[in-house]
Ligand binder design. Structure first.
Ligand SMILES: Cc1ncc(C[n+]2csc(CCOP(=O)(O)OP(=O)(O)O)c2C)c(N)n1
Ligand SMILES: [Mg+2]
Length: 1013
């Protein structure tokens, strides 16, 4: 084994060198950007004398190969060819089993094996991927025969390559072959129209599975029937764009011209997937070719597409008052249809609506797919699949791509593999790949995962189909992601009115003369005699006449009532339909029973000492019905919803234990390390995913997107995402802006997603205090100067608003606001400013009676037990309290500090009300309190700086409420809180303590409050 140690030492050296020397392919390749600006000298490939092995020859990959071989031999000498058996025996000092094979033969064989390996690793670099032929990629040195000591003269010599326990060329029981034969096979397998990148996958079976297919003895040939279908599909794809271009010459449609083979590729991929058991496909894609996909793949009626082109999307006729939202541009809309497949199956396709923000839809699609799998009990994840279509620029550039890829194998996020297709038109708007990425391929980010990447020349129709089919087979076999990089071009500008030659003159000179993929395929089929000119003509005429017919129909097209109540959503109310307000209290016996379940641990379970104590305290809370804290209230909300048959899923960073060590939803046995989740045992034979709590990857954007997509599938699920410390949620800003706050309005899709944002000023510095409450309120769409209908029987205030923002101060109110999410006939996102120090605050406790539905107890208001949008002052109970000189309105944990200060200062003439629901604004309750305190000075107190927190949102609404009652104007709203600030909070604890004490003191001061001065 000495030889190997020496060789692998050299290999390591060589690898280390590779890390320091910039790639020599960097300076010339169009697609590969190097950080080195001046081209490096390119070493000339040199022949290696047969008799000498050098370190450059034994590079990292080769040494791994030999290592593999040696391991196989050590395990079972008969598993390698006799010649290798002899070879290794020589090195370990054993006698050869059959002398006779010369050292020379062995060395040549070894080199040949390394050549095969080199093609497997780097063959894609020589593949003909660019339809325009502009890409000048130097052929890697290790595909050069001379590197292995071979020359032209050796081509017809026979070589001994052995037979290996490996799929592909090396498994064919043809131990002797000419070099020419071997090379031909390798070139055909790896250097044609598909470049296969898979050697980064460590799993041997997966690599062998691929080798079997890639290195097949005969190139794949489609029969006449398949070819006719492929041609038909390509004609549809091509004609569709042509038709739109002629009818709407200047409309933006982000045409697929140059990448038309995508459509037949996708259709063949879907057909193959359906053959292999897929029933449902969720698709996410951006602008490029989206209309073509909608029309030709998803089968949205062409007349509808054309009608939308002519007049834009319109509200349904005659549907006065029907909620239409703001709508969106035509190339963003989603839809879903059932489509028959080639194999006679039916497949349900849904294209998820998306914003312009490229790639933002990726995690949403994956989350939706996962939810489909849960709700259809698709435990094998073989019936529901996600497909993402990307652009080359955005795939390489957008971080959410990486974040989404990294969800792919996480137990609570996996969907059993997503197929990614990159429509790689080699340009992003006006930007060349050189300026757009630092990697060789736009797909290199996917190499972080052990998944194959198929680069395919988009002009080779059948290669595209092959790559797409192979991707479908891979996904169904290995249940992991796979990438198809469709290398094509963009025939016109970024959109139809853009001039591409301003920035890519040379490329567009080539494109102008370049035949379409359809021309190329038709020519190929004609030449092969597979199809006649007349047949082709016939298909063209058929497609043309259908397109024209549909165009005529589009003039009469009347939009139907919007299809937003899809699948599980039947019966849910749109914003214009009143939904009854329900109570959310739960029967005491149910509370007791689930309470016991969630506070009891199995006898043999050994929790951490501190956790044991926590659970004992929790059990006491349930037993006595007193002092119920935040964590127990949350668990009770989850448990009671589960008992009622709902699904609950909570995800986010460290949510299982809880960032503040308060939740303990998952416990760890201190001896065995086993986990126990009490909420998994609430109902008999509970499905293991019915309650899901899961620590997520350290991502905000993708994880929130995932949960967002998840929540949209089925209304009977409470889906929650918790942002660590609240403040980190702005890493997912696009999700809040583009999806959560405006998705219903743009796309008429509801979600009841709950976002938990820990919030509160307790001296932890600027990134652990704010959660940016003001942003959520600023995005709320309730009119600050109009009081909507507030009568409980007619109230639609929440339905009409884009989302709800609450800052809750009692465990019971938290319990009700969570339950309210599902106990209503519509769904609305809920932003919760969640507490931190209230999690353990002595006064932040609730009595069990505030959770139950029994009449006559403390929590039972006039209307019953439900979420309190406003909590009135705990002292003043009469309808009119004339002796109160100040009404302090506040929200969140500052209440407890104000209450403490009031006690201390004995200011019994000050009333403190908590606005628990900030948005939509509880006008009715605010007015009730204003009336209760006719002589009170009105103060808004917050702990955030003036330009943050709720002040800017509250002020105009409070003013509107006051104006109607004749209680003054804007000037009569006194602000108490921190001064305006750039940073959300001070980083100095002492400063924080000082500021906090000052503002609390000021809210309770005897003198009138001067504001703004
Ligand atoms: C996140 C984001 N940033 C910027 C844009 C503006 N934009 C629209 S298309 C585009 C280029 C996209 O290039 P690519 O991903 O290659 O797709 P292609 O248009 O070439 O199909 C850009 C930058 C956007 N839509 N989204
Ligand atoms: Mg592009």
């Amino acid at each position: 084994m000495a030889w190997f140690r020496a060789a692998s030492g050299m290999a390591r050296l060589a690898m280390r060198r590779n890390l320091y020397v910039p790639s020599r392919y960097s300076s010339v390749s169009r697609g590969f950007h190097s950080t080195v600006t001046r081209p490096m000298a390119v070493p000339v490939p040199r022949a290696v004398p047969l008799s000498r092995l050098t370190d450059s020859f034994l590079d990292g990959t080769s040494s791994v190969y030999l290592e593999e071989l040696q391991r196989a031999w050590e395990a079972d000498p008969s598993s390698v060819d006799e010649s290798w058996d002899n070879f290794f025996r020589n090195f370990v000092g054993q006698a050869s089993a059959s002398p006779g094979i010369s050292g020379q033969t062995i060395q040549e064989s070894m080199r040949l094996l390394l050549l095969v390996r080199a093609y497997q690793v780097n063959g894609h670099m020589k593949a003909k991927l660019d339809p325009l032929g502009l890409e000048q990629r130097p052929i890697p040195e290790d595909l050069d025969l001379s590197l292995y000591g071979f020359s032209e003269a050796d081509l017809d010599r026979e070589f001994f390559i052995g037979v290996w326990q490996m799929a592909g060329i090396l498994s064919e029981n043809r131990p002797v072959q000419t070099l020419r034969e071997i090379l031909k096979r390798l070139e055909q397998a790896y250097c044609g129209s598909i470049g296969f990148e898979y050697m980064h996958i460590p799993d041997r079976d997966q690599c062998n599975w691929l080798r079997d297919r890639i290195e097949a003895p005969k190139p794949m040939e489609y029969n006449h029937e398949r070819r006719s279908v492929i041609l038909d599909r390509l004609i549809w794809s091509t004609q569709f764009e042509n038709f739109l271009a002629t009818k709407w010459t200047t409309a933006k449609r982000f045409g697929l011209e140059g990448g038309e083979t995508l459509i037949p590729g996708m259709k063949e991929m879907f057909d193959r997937s359906a053959d292999l058991g897929v029933e449902n496909i969720v698709i996410g894609m951006s602008h490029r070719g989206r209309l073509n996909v909608l029309g030709n793949v998803v089968r949205k009626p062409l007349s509808q597409i054309f009608s939308e082109f002519s007049g834009g999307t319109k509200p349904a006729e005659g549907a006065v008052g029907l909620y239409t939202g703001t709508g969106d541009v035509k190339y963003h809309l989603g839809t879903s249809y059932d489509r028959p497949t080639r194999g006679g199956n039916r497949i349900h396709l849904s294209l998820v609506a998306n914003p312009s923000h490229l790639e933002a839809v990726d995690p949403v699609v994956i989350g939706k797919t996962r939810a489909k799998q849960f709700h259809s009990n698709d435990t094998g994840r073989t019936k529901n699949m996600g497909i993402l279509i990307h652009g080359d620029g955005s795939f390489a550039g957008q971080g959410v791509v990486y974040e989404t890829l990294h969800l792919s194998a996480l137990p609570n996020y996996t969907t059993g593999g997503t197929i990614h297709i990159v429509v790689n038109n080699q340009v992003a708007f006006t930007t060349d790949p050189m300026s757009g990425r630092s990697s060789q391929y736009c797909t290199d980010v996917a190499k972080a995962l052990s998944v194959p990447i198929f680069h395919v020349n988009g002009d080779d129709m059948e290669a595209v189909v092959r790559a797409c089919e192979l991707a479908a087979e891979w996904r169904q076999t290995f249940h992991s992601d796979v990438v198809v990089d469709l290398v094509c071009y963009r025939r016109f500008g970024h959109n139809e009115i853009d001039e591409p030659s301003f920035t890519q003159p040379k490329m567009y000179m080539v494109i102008k003369k370049h035949p379409s993929a359809l021309d190329i395929y038709e020519k190929k089929l004609l030449e092969s005699g597979d199809i006649s000119k007349e047949q082709i003509q016939k298909i063209h005429e058929k497609v043309n006449s259908i397109l024209n017919e549909e165009f005529e129909n589009s003039k009469e097209y009347i939009p139907k009532r919007r299809d937003w109540l899809s699948a599980y959503w039947t019966g849910y109310k749109s914003p214009e339909q009143i939904s009854r307000i329900r109570n959310t209290g739960v029967k005491p016996e149910v509370l007791k029973r689930v309470g016991q379940t969630i506070t009891t641990l199995p006898d043999n379970f050994k929790p951490h000492r501190a956790v044991k104590k926590i659970f004992e305290l929790r059990a006491q809370m349930i037993e006595s019905g007193e002092g119920i804290d935040w964590a127990v209230a949350e668990a009770l909300a989850f448990a009671t919803l589960l008992v009622e048959g709902n699904h609950v899923r909570l995800s986010g960073q460290d949510v299982e234990r809880g960032t503040f060590s308060h939740r303990h939803a998952v416990l760890h046995d201190q001896e065995s390390g086993e986990k126990y989740c009490p909420l998994h045992h609430v109902v008999m034979n509970q499905h293991e995913e019915l309650f899901t709590v899961s620590n997520s990857s350290l991502s905000e954007f993708a994880v929130l997107g995932f949960e967002m997509g998840y929540s949209m599938e089925n209304p009977n699920s409470l889906v929650l995402w918790e942002a660590q410390f609240g403040d980190f949620s702005n890493g997912a800003q696009v999700m809040f802006d583009q999806f959560l706050s405006s998705g219903e309005s743009k796309w008429l899709r509801q979600t009841g997603l709950v976002v938990l944002l820990p919030h509160g000023y307790d001296g932890q510095g600027p990134e652990h205090s704010s959660a940016r409450l003001e942003r959520f309120l600023q995005m709320s769409d309730d009119n600050p100067f109009k009081i909507p209908e507030m009568d409980p029987t007619l109230r639609k205030q929440i339905q009409e608003c884009n989302w709800q923002v609450v800052n809750v101060t009692t465990p019971a109110n938290y319990f009700h606001v969570l339950r309210r999410q599902l106990h209503r006939e519509f769904r609305k996102p809920l932003i919760v400013m969640a507490p931190k120090n209230l999690l353990r605050h002595k006064d932040c406790k609730s009595n069990i009676s505030e959770f139950d539905d029994v009449e006559g107890h403390a929590g039972f208001d006039k209307q019953g037990t439900r979420f309190k949008r406003l909590i009135k002052d705990k002292n003043a109970q009469s309808d009119i309290e004339e002796g109160i000189s100040r009404l302090v309105l506040c929200s969140g944990k500052v209440y407890y500090e104000l209450d403490e200060e009031r006690k201390k200062t004995e200011r019994n003439d000050v009333a403190i009300c908590r606005v628990e629901q900030l948005c939509p604004f509880p006008y009715d309750l605010i007015q009730r309190e204003l009336k209760r305190y006719p002589n009170a000075e009105i103060v808004w107190c917050q702990e955030e700086p003036m330009n943050m927190g709720a002040f800017q949102y509250i002020a105009p609404r409070l003013f509107t409420a006051m104006k109607v009652l004749g209680r003054g104007s804007f000037d009569d709203i006194k602000y108490v809180g921190r001064a305006p600030s750039a940073a959300t909070a001070t980083g100095f604890l002492s400063m924080h303590v000082h500021e906090q004490a000052e503002l609390v003191k000021k809210a309770l001061q005897h003198e009138q409050i001067n504001f703004p001065n």
